[in-house]
Design a protein around this ligand. Structure first.
Ligand code: UDP
Length: 482
């Protein structure tokens, strides 16, 4: 790192949907500016994620990677921590328990004469507690927001409602109404609010995180102007919100997380299918369903008559484990005879190489949990989505895609199944069948998505909106040390 004049300290959150895009923006920054170097401080996931999970595999792969001007340091994990508190407070404590290690590493760095000068921290939206550490060293913090601008606006607006307008957001979140949110053109139904806002404990987490976001020097968002024109515009008009840099789509188009030998089988199977004929179902790193729901999906798919590739994952076995895993034998949860009846036109699998699947010419539609990375990936490849949100902010993402932007069809916008709401309502086979039919047969959405595909690619090329935004971000970073 001897030639670099500015070093950034990156702190990603330990989730697949967070760390992959964070490493990609790190790569982009050092490619765009040869005077920049980056040290990534890696927080390992808590033990409850399981040792074979995609995130663990991805982190292990980083340890064996050499990247020019990017180095990785895995942070030690505090073994004596007690997770007896409410879940979100425990999560904040878990992240913040790494502050002391970050402090030590940065202090060591600053005492070395040959290292580049630390120009700032770039921390994940869930690691904003690190802003306090950056402040101790008198360096600015840039937050990397791995979701969309509309949701960023939502989060900040919720905090304004609670802190400045004295509104009871928990009550609002549990009501059945709509509210006007500046980052959306259309009124937002309260039924698509994240479940986390429905309890005081969860809301406190959102509010705390929104307050910290306002302390950042700037917020880097994985989105692009042509996709979220209104949301980005509304954020930039608000003087109390830090500068927003839309830099996306930031995607890992090469490997993807958790590469396995079964990946080749999946691609080989897709090779045998006609163009745009296959519905791909995948529900993110944490999505899974109980057996009843699995049977409804199977029946819905069978009735739709469409070809399918289904990433089917087993729910965590107990409260101590958070992440789903692959079934040894999915037949045990599928309707009797399903696999024989659909042989040749359908494939059921576990974790998939999602980017490679979406890139495949045989894939014609994507039933998605609406994780933001998944949506950006599907737009990049021009594959329309059917929205079936599950956890986190996915209901808001789904609302944005289906209602606000007309870039997806609906399966069920207010489906919720997560830590705060473990017992979800069932989505019936009829609803799934009709969603899949609309997905595969609605040409309006398909045409819009194809246009957005071109815009997403243009945004990151020289002359594109995100390319320019990254340039401005780099100037902003370097301004701190020049
Ligand atoms: N992913 C994958 N295979 C899977 C499930 C997910 O490669 O079977 C990848 C997906 O391509 C995306 C990321 O994991 O890049 C998931 O991020 P997203 O924001 O969509 O959802 P999250 O997992 O954070 O809910």
């Amino acid at each position: 790192m001897a030639d670099s004049i500015a070093e950034l300290i990156f702190i990603p959150a330990p989730g697949v949907g967070h760390i992959i895009s964070t490493i990609e923006i790190a790569k982009l920054l050092v490619t765009r500016d040869h005077q920049l170097s980056i040290t990534v401080l890696v927080i390992n996931p808590p033990p409850t994620f399981g040792s074979g999970s995609a995130i663990t595999t991805y982190i292990q792969s980083l340890a064996n990677t050499t990247m020019d001007r990017i180095s990785f340091i895995e942070l030690p994990q505090d073994k004596t921590r007690q997770d007896s508190k409410a879940p979100m407070a425990a999560f904040t404590d878990f992240i913040n328990s790494h502050c002391k290690h970050v402090r030590k590493i940065v202090a060591d760095k600053m005492s070395q004469p040959d290292s580049g000068r630390v120009a700032g921290f770039v921390v994940d939206m869930f690691c904003t507690g690190m802003i306090d550490v950056a402040n101790e060293f008198n360096v600015p913090t840039f937050v990397f927001f791995t979701s969309n601008a509309a949701f960023l606006g939502f989060k900040l607006y919720i905090q304004t409602l609670s802190d400045n307008k004295n509104q009871d957001v928990v009550e609002l979140s549990n009501s059945d109404s709509t509210i006007s949110v500046p980052s959306f053109v259309k009124p937002v139904p309260t039924k698509v609010f994240p479940t986390i806002c429905q309890s005081q404990e969860g809301l406190e987490f959102v509010l705390g995180s929104a307050r910290k976001l306002r302390e950042a020097k700037a917020i880097i968002v994985n989105t692009f102007l042509e996709l979220e024109t209104h949301a980005i515009d509304s954020l930039s008009k608000e003087s109390t919100i830090p500068m927003v840099y839309p830099v996306g789509p930031i995607l890992n188009l090469e490997a993807g997380a958790g590469k396995a030998s079964s990946d080749d089988d999946i691609i080989a199977w897709l090779d045998t299918q006609p163009p745009s004929s296959v519905v791909f179902l995948c529900f993110g790193s944490m999505g899974s369903f109980d057996e009843d729901q699995v049977k409804e999906i199977a029946n819905g798919l069978e009735r739709s008559g469409h070809r399918f590739l289904w990433s089917l994952r087993r729910p965590p076995s107990d409260q101590t484990s958070r992440a789903p895993s692959d079934y040894e034998d999915p037949e045990t949860v599928l309707p009797e005879g399903f696999l024989e009846r659909t042989a040749g036109i359908g494939k059921v699998t576990g974790w998939v190489p999602q980017v490679a699947v979406l890139a495949h010419v045989a894939v014609g539609g994507f039933v998605s949990h609406c994780g933001w990375n998944s949506l950006l990936e599907s737009l990049w490849f021009g594959v329309p989505s059917a929205a079936w949100p599950i956890y986190a902010e996915q209901q808001i993402n789904a609302f944005e895609m289906v209602v606000e932007l007309g870039l997806a069809v609906e399966i069920k916008l207010d489906y919720k199944k997560d830590f705060f709401n473990p017992k979800a309502d069932k989505v019936t086979a009829e609803e799934i069948e009709s969603g899949v039919r609309r997905l595969m047969e609605d040409n309006k959405v398909r045409t819009e998505v194809k246009e957005m595909r071109e815009k997403s690619r243009a945004a990151v090329l020289e002359g594109g909106s995100s390319y320019a935004s990254v340039g401005r971000l780099i100037l902003d970073v370097k301004r701190n040390i020049l």
